[in-house]
Design a protein. Structure first.
Length: 230
């Protein structure tokens, strides 16, 4: 089954982006003349996505006002606490419906093939409970870590220094019901999938930039100017 719903994570405080986030949420920080959230949303139509949920917490009203009136899009206010990625996705399931779903971080820009289309074409529910889009470490602009996953010849993942998780994936969500905590990371769901050999990954061949700090804006704009936005 090909996913038709997308969860965009937009609820963080944007602490590393200060002072730019002193007066706006991180998804409304502009890169190349448009807010980060619009870069993320632009990926959805070509992937056949019909329903989008965006979670919000810090300055949630600003993000909700900016996105108001967009067909098929719902903003979910995490009012009392940020639910983290796992709790946020589980909270959005009544809106997203169906299983599996795409998820996407709102703080990156891409060049090259549409990441959501790549995931949809590679998705094989007979073998996978999760499919992560990864970036070769040398292509991960704005990311200074050692990488997150190793990929075996059949596409199965294990944790370790290697490719960088891009923030884009397809997940089956039924396992979320088995996690008792209200606030939790999707790492908890990944660990269950890893244990069963059901977490897979593919590499994105284009450009990617993590816009996680103010200097990342210039890096992202240089990437887009050099290769063309997806």
């Amino acid at each position: 089954m090909r996913p038709a719903s997308l969860m965009i994570f937009g609820a963080g405080f944007g602490t590393r982006m200060r002072p730019l986030t002193d007066d706006r949420p991180k998804p409304l920080i502009e890169v190349a003349g448009k807010p980060l959230i619009d870069h993320a949303l632009a990926l959805a139509p070509d992937a056949g996505i019909r329903q989008i949920a965006v979670n919000a917490h810090y300055r949630a009203g600003q993000l909700a006002a900016y996105l108001a009136g967009r067909p098929g899009l719902t903003v979910l206010h995490e009012t009392d606490a940020i639910l983290d990625t796992g709790g946020g996705l589980r909270n959005a399931l009544p809106v997203l419906g169906g299983d599996p779903v795409f998820t996407l971080n709102s703080d990156a820009v891409w060049t090259g093939p549409n990441p959501l289309c790549m995931l949809a074409e590679a998705w094989d529910p007979a073998r996978m409970d999760g499919l992560l889009l990864l970036i070769p470490r040398g292509q991960a602009t704005g990311h200074s870590g050692r990488g997150d996953f190793l990929i075996d010849p059949e596409g199965r993942l294990k944790r370790g220094p290697g490719a960088v998780y891009s923030g884009a994936q397809i997940l089956r969500t039924d396992g979320l019901a088995e996690i008792p905590e209200r606030v939790f990371s999707l790492n908890r769901l990944w660990d269950r999938m890893l244990a069963g050999g059901r977490l897979h990954g593919i590499l994105h061949p284009g450009g990617w930039c993590d816009v996680g700090h103010p200097d990342g804006i210039a890096e992202a704009e240089a990437l887009l100017a050099g290769q063309g936005d997806v």
